[in-house]
Write a protein that binds this ligand. Sequence first.
Ligand SMILES: Nc1ncnc2c1ncn2[C@@H]1O[C@H](COP(=O)(O)OP(=O)(O)OP(=O)(O)O)[C@@H](O)[C@H]1O
Ligand SMILES: Cc1ncc(COP(=O)(O)O)c(N)n1
Length: 265
Amino acid sequence: MVKKCELKTVLTIAGSDSSGGAGIQADLKTILASGVYGMSAITALTAQNTTGVTAVVRTAPEMLNAQLDSIFTDIFPDAVKTGMVFDSELIEVIAAKLKQYQAKNIVIDPVMVATSGARLLNEDAISALKEQLLPLATVITPNLMEAEVLTDMEIKSHEDMIQAAQKLYETYGCNVLCKGGHRHLDADDLLYTADGPLWLKGEHIANPNTHGTGCTLSSAIASNLAKGQDLTTAVKKAKAYITGALQAGLNLGHGAGPLHHGWAI
Ligand SMILES: Nc1ncnc2c1ncn2[C@@H]1O[C@H](COP(=O)(O)OP(=O)(O)OP(=O)(O)O)[C@@H](O)[C@H]1O
Ligand SMILES: Cc1ncc(COP(=O)(O)O)c(N)n1
């Protein structure tokens, strides 16, 4: 007789990256490395590698619906993260299912464009993302460019990051982690909650292999929330995870390569 084992569970709703560096694959690696059980609902298949995306096929809305029903009616996730959601029809399905099943600990990574330049969210889906998904989030994790699009502001300084995060917090009623990975002098992220702004300081690591940093960070936050950590602890530990995964210096592929998951093992 095998002894019973309990694990917390995380669902990622995102696109598949055939090279394993971002999307569903990065999410599941991070979730596993965090000691949590991972599940996936795939929004799109991408043919992609470290140099770029060559093809995208989106999942039919009925199929995304069916994946979400299968998951929520059996193994209820302790946390959910969303990544590439691609278009407004898929966003509608996701928002409806998150509401129907009263999902908790929702981390929304408002993925818009891949590091390599490919669009992962249709231009006309930005309003659906804002109106339907962001208000459901426990925390949203825009990078600087995404925060600019969502706030219609130019973000250059630390002060701009605070203003943008505050605007998002007030408009959508969710906590905000504004990521500073694209800053050149540092990699300071800003967490904005009911307690106001909190800087998570980071040194810029000179590693060109940053494919999937955003996916990894949001999955680590979701895993930590699933384990019962409060948001600030979850985000601080996720920042430590991404820093270690970048410092490990994995070097694969001909372009911006993937991260080293399980670097601490
Ligand atoms: N070169 C770096 N040095 C240190 N930390 C970094 C670096 N690049 C990214 N990070 C960290 O990685 C996390 C993800 O931030 P980033 O701004 O890269 O998100 P993103 O653009 O959404 O990621 P992605 O490249 O997957 O789209 C943040 O915690 C950020 O500070
Ligand atoms: C399926 C999928 N989801 C997300 C990203 C963003 O990651 P990055 O900005 O590092 O390319 C991606 N490239 N592919």
